[in-house]
Design a binder for this molecule. Structure first.
Ligand code: CA
Length: 326
């Protein structure tokens, strides 16, 4: 009976690098009745991949959802580079606010992230949404493993890019894209049904100190857990953005774009990613209006949807509700 109910829900796989706002996004997803989280894949980004795996397993133990498989992703970029950007100054050395949680009891499955993604896309063609909250390496590897993956996957909702705004690692680049621009360009031009949620949108969704107080006062287990790890994330924002008492909700906004796409509006066009030079990681959107006189690097590439506006109060309200009623 539960089985038949679940088939009505959107199946999602979360590709993640936890990460404090990843933790928040994972909890929101697990407490969203509209979706059925059928698996996790892990990737470097906020932390190295092995720590991302450990943190994902840990978060599933906190949530009491060790039934969901976790497949470990690539340890290196798509071009096999081991020179990775990790963001311990944003999330703490352990990725989860320097809380030194005990190691998880669970283990990742004996299957790579790319192979798991391909397997699930073949099992449920057109029905699986991948929500990519980190660099796009695993998705690019899935496409390399099975060139039919873009057609078989239902949708890829990705957190990445900075469309007509500055990046968050440097003026050009957003962190997830800069961490593996080659993978990002391959995925975004693959022809898959793609929704890109960039900084232009996620910077509008802000959690304040007052919201954090509400979490602390609620009895929700996710809210209580997050209050333990959020301090590092608030400190980073205060230092980097010269703001006081507020943080951006990048990953939770992206999860909710998969849960309820009507929370955002979108435009459609071709996106290319700069893979070298001082603007490495830059995402350039072409709205396809102008017919250029010459063939460009954007010509004949498939279009993607790019989020342009967000109902920020509604997103925040949903995040709060799902963390507090847990
Ligand atoms: Ca993330």
């Amino acid at each position: 009976m539960l089985e038949s109910k679940n088939t009505q829900k959107k199946k999602i796989i979360i590709d993640t690098d936890p990460g404090i706002d990843d933790a928040m996004a994972i909890f929101v997803a697990l407490n969203s009745p509209e979706v059925d989280v059928i698996g996790f894949t892990t990737i470097f980004g906020n932390v190295y991949t092995t720590l991302a795996t450990r943190n994902t397993l840990h978060l599933l133990e906190v949530a009491g959802r060790t039934d969901i498989p976790v497949a470990e992703g690539s340890l290196v970029t798509f071009t096999k580079s081991t020179k990775l950007h990790v963001a311990d100054f944003v999330h703490g050395a352990d990725g989860l606010g320097n809380q030194n949680f005990p190691p998880p009891k669970g283990k990742a499955i004996e299957q790579s992230a790319a192979s798991f993604l391909v397997e699930q896309a073949n099992l449920h063609p057109g029905e699986v949404t991948v929500v990519a909250l980190g660099p796009l390496t695993n998705i690019a590897l899935a496409i390399e493993l099975d060139p039919g993956f873009p057609e078989k996957i239902g949708q890829i909702v990705l957190l990445g890019g900075a469309f007509a705004v500055n990046g968050n690692v440097n003026p050009a680049a957003e962190a997830n894209i800069l961490s593996d621009p080659d993978a990002a360009d391959l995925v975004i031009t693959s022809g898959a049904d793609i929704v890109a949620v960039g900084l232009n949108v996620t910077h509008q969704v802000i959690m304040t100190d007052a919201d954090r107080d509400k979490l602390a006062q609620s009895n929700g287990k996710f809210a209580q857990y997050l209050c333990k790890i959020l301090e590092v994330y608030y400190s980073y924002h205060q230092e980097s953005y010269r703001t006081k008492g507020c943080v951006y909700l990048h990953d939770p906004t992206t999860i909710l774009a998969a849960v309820d796409p009507s929370l955002l509006t979108y435009t459609e066009g071709v996106v290319r990613v700069q893979t070298n030079g001082i603007t490495r990681g830059l995402t350039i959107f072409y709205n396809t209006m102008k017919r250029f006189g010459e063939v460009t690097e954007w010509s004949d590439k498939p279009t993607v949807k790019v989020a342009v506006t967000v109902d920020a109060p509604a997103v925040l309200e949903l995040v709060m509700e799902r963390l507090m009623n847990s």
